[in-house]
Write a protein that binds this ligand. Structure first.
Ligand SMILES: NC(=O)c1ccc[n+]([C@@H]2O[C@H](COP(=O)([O-])OP(=O)(O)OC[C@H]3O[C@@H](n4cnc5c(N)ncnc54)[C@H](OP(=O)(O)O)[C@@H]3O)[C@@H](O)[C@H]2O)c1
Length: 314
């Protein structure tokens, strides 16, 4: 990518999209194209086509889509499947037609089988049953990963790049109950406990499951790195994680200290825990020379600062 390349960030108001804009701007890319959901609904093929015809983006980061936690996934499974497939299908189609140089697509760790060996390698894809609660979303994401691979094969190119980040967090994350992931949900819950001077906060499960979290700007950085190293990439998807997991109990304690909550945290063991561990093996990507740079504690402070500045109603 040249500094004046036309770069389209789809979904620039979201968690990853906003991080991409920040990283690209900080790296001196000044020809960034962005449209809000209201300005351009990516599920509408004709609108997407006319946008590409007019703007001719050379690079596309596809960070638009419908995402959410367990509650949203359970309540709107068809929406997760349909919207995500429609967006990626439309963008892939027009990116091909208008000869985009590179397009980065994002899968998700939920594409891997529920009971994968740990850490999860890329080749475990389609080797077992996936988690039922996120099935619809995962199928859409798998379709995107496979679309990248088959497109490259069919057209003998390396144009489409599929990255599979583990759970992201950071500024512009969802902090509401319906759409948040565990980390942002814990920030909200422990912040409210602090504000209400609660002596005790009860959290779901026993706190033992281990998860991996990656700061959104690190995924943005990995995305730019992937495009800049596209010649070294194989026609495969690449996991993008930090290589370290943490128990939910330790995460809750870390967040309590970030938000300044001093009460007791207790665990409701009658509530489900989910799979015991979810850590990606990101060595294939890291072997190209990339590494995350934001440690969890520092990232949590940045996410919490954003939350305080943008969730005034709480
Ligand atoms: N969050 C994670 O932990 C995670 C992990 C792995 C992979 N991913 C993937 O990374 C990508 C970005 O995730 P994210 O967490 O940044 O999502 P996000 O914060 O929910 O942002 C999604 C963005 O897409 C836009 N959007 C949604 N539907 C649209 C439509 N029909 N037309 C145009 N824009 C639309 C949203 O705009 P509005 O808000 O205005 O609708 C928002 O800007 C997704 O593909 C996701 O599957 C996320």
């Amino acid at each position: 990518m040249d500094k004046d390349s036309r770069i389209y960030v789809a979904g620039h108001t979201g968690l990853l999209g906003s991080a991409l804009i920040k990283k690209l701007e900080n790296n001196g890319f000044h020809n960034i194209i962005a449209r809000t959901h209201k300005e351009l609904d990516l599920t509408r093929y004709d609108d997407v086509k006319s946008f590409f015809r007019k703007n001719k983006p050379e690079y596309v980061f596809l960070a638009a889509g419908t995402t959410g936690g367990i509650i949203a996934n359970r309540t709107y499974p068809y929406r997760f499947l349909h919207i995500n497939i429609a967006i990626q299908d439309n963008i892939f189609e027009v990116a091909n037609e208008y000869s985009v140089k590179h397009l980065v697509f994002y899968g998700s760790s939920c594409i891997y089988p529920k009971h994968s060996s740990q850490p999860i390698k890329e080749e475990y894809l389609l080797s077992g049953k996936i988690e039922e609660t996120s099935e619809a979303y995962a199928i859409a994401k798998m379709a995107g990963v496979i679309a990248c691979k088959t497109y490259n094969t069919q057209f003998n190119t390396n144009r489409f790049i599929a990255l599979v980040p583990n759970t992201m967090y950071g500024p512009s994350d969802h902090f509401d109950t319906d759409n948040s992931h565990v980390l942002s949900a814990l920030i909200t819950k422990l912040h409210i406990s602090k504000e209400n001077k609660e002596k005790k906060t009860i959290l779901w499960g026993n706190g033992s499951p281990r998860r991996e979290f990656i700061f959104s700007e690190d995924v943005a950085d990995a995305s730019i790195f992937a495009v800049e190293h596209s010649k070294e990439l194989e026609n495969k998807h690449y996991n993008v994680g930090v290589g370290i997991d943490i128990s939910i109990k330790d995460l809750a304690n870390m967040i309590a200290s970030t938000v300044g909550y001093n009460g007791e945290i207790s665990w409701d063991k009658s509530m489900p825990d989910g799979v015991p561990r979810k850590l990606l093996d990101s060595n294939r990507f890291m072997d190209l020379g990339w590494k995350h740079s934001v440690p969890l504690e520092a990232g949590l402070s940045l996410a919490y600062r954003w939350y305080l500045e943008n969730n005034q109603d709480l």
